[in-house]
Design a protein around this ligand. Sequence first.
Ligand code: NAD
Length: 401
Amino acid sequence: MNSPLSLGLIGIGGYGQRHLSTLSALQAGGLCRLMAIADPFAPRHESVVAALRAGHTAIHEDIADLLLDERIEACFIATPIPLHVPHTLAALGAGKHVYLEKPPCVTLEEWAQLSAAQEASGKRLAVGFQMQTAPAIHFLKARIVAGDIGRLQTVSAGVRWRRDDKYYNRSGWAGCWTAHGRPVFDGPATNALAHVVHAALFLSGATESSWGDVQRVRGRLKKARPIESYDAAFLEAQTANDVLVRLAFAHATPEQDEVVLTCIGENGRAEIHWSGAVSITPSGEAARHYHFSCESHVAATLDFFHALHDPSNRPHTRLEDCLAYLQTVNGALQSSGGATAFEPSQIHQRETDTGRGAYYTVTGLDDELAAFAADPAAIPSLLAPGEWIEAGDLKPQLAIA
Ligand SMILES: NC(=O)c1ccc[n+]([C@@H]2O[C@H](COP(=O)([O-])OP(=O)(O)OC[C@H]3O[C@@H](n4cnc5c(N)ncnc54)[C@H](O)[C@@H]3O)[C@@H](O)[C@H]2O)c1
């Protein structure tokens, strides 16, 4: 039995609440001890802070004070996207292992900076793409690599997830390219549905544990909501093993689809649902159906603990596993040349009936995304991609100028 890990949590609101509840459960099970939290807005969570204090967790407003605590072995970082790099550099520099919420960073330059800092620190760094702990995705990947659907040709997903005023007003960085001088690149492919980009690239990888080796990328980013960044996107990456990863997403929609990734091979097709359902249909055979249960957030946290207890355990997503994700989203942005608004006559503002303010829709976009989800050859005309960008020509910084 390993001794409980001594932990710090940076960011306790928003998604940090999820970490707090998981770490509390694992602390009750004797697996860890939450020594301290840091959040300048901790006083906004008065009763949560009172409960933490009652459990002898130290409360800091400044991450620097938490990092001075030498008892803390590892930090969970669930802060806004533009703070991921400075917070991770500070934690690694203070000799802490890090579990960093997805996306790890925004640009390829930042990815290289974090990679160098991790290597210099000798510490573990897991990225919170928790869907990578789902048994369903590893089962499907193994079946694809074993050749059940023949040589893999495309991995695709078309997902409509409505996001309203309340979502965009929750934080100052929502819908931004940059915040406080740091890159953010907030939008469906780079925040809420980043898991889908990462999972699709994983399914495209040549071996059971590898992500696709991205050769070139194209894409289109558009907006219906009057935000700085984008709320609809098409992204396409071609890998070295000649798989096309094709993805289309929208927050400007009335719909809330279940995430389904479709894999088409020379000899059949397969689907994976976020719920854990997998179907595999080799050509000329009946579909085989499976359902895998998973508590992905808890599984991802335990997976990180395993990596800390035994360095030979590889975390579900290491920083190096995120290169394909960063190349794909940054390549789509570069290919798109930023994000332009849809035609004003196509944009409609609608009121939610839940008191969450307005959401946006775009004439024809929902139908195009539904058609694309059914057939990845049907690239949405409203999101027609720009030129291909070769991996070697990807810009290290955010390509918004
Ligand atoms: N894994 C998932 O499924 C999932 C789901 C949602 C969000 N996320 C990720 O979680 C991260 C946080 O997103 P969010 O929407 O919760 O953000 P948020 O803006 O709500 O901020 C999260 C917390 O960080 C705190 N914070 C702000 N500045 C800080 C600082 N300088 N030091 C310490 N804490 C600070 C805020 O007070 C807040 O409590 C993002 O990376 C997001 O992509 C992951």
